[in-house]
Design a binder for this molecule. Structure first.
Ligand SMILES: [Zn+2]
Length: 106
């Protein structure tokens, strides 16, 4: 019986990256808000914001972490987690300056 070192090595490699990498792009044409690229990274529409962004981020992350789940299961779990986190007050903090104030101050 041989050792199956491949999958173990892959798991160790995955564990090194603590966060799932996210690529931001304009996805309108694909009629999708996001994609999971294999188990490597997720791609999200840069125009997503608010609660919908949280839902799609969770949805694509679930595809990466639990690839055996069906689309329906991923949808149900991501929606439930989104509602739960949102109700508990989780929001994205935007710390960018966004440009000068009307009086020229930063
Ligand atoms: Zn999906």
């Amino acid at each position: 019986m041989g050792w199956k070192i491949g999958p173990i090595w892959q798991c160790l490699n995955m564990a090194k990256k603590r966060a799932i990498p996210v690529k931001w792009s304009k996805l309108g044409r694909e009629k999708s808000h996001g994609f999971a690229h294999g188990r490597d990274f997720i791609e999200l529409d840069q125009r997503l914001h608010g609660k919908k962004l949280l839902e799609i981020l969770l949805h694509e992350s679930l595809h990466i972490e639990l690839p055996h789940l069906t689309e329906g299961q991923v949808e149900r779990v991501s929606i439930r987690l989104t509602h739960t986190l949102w109700r508990q007050g989780f929001r994205r903090v935007d710390n960018t300056q966004g440009g000068r104030m009307q009086d020229g101050s930063v």
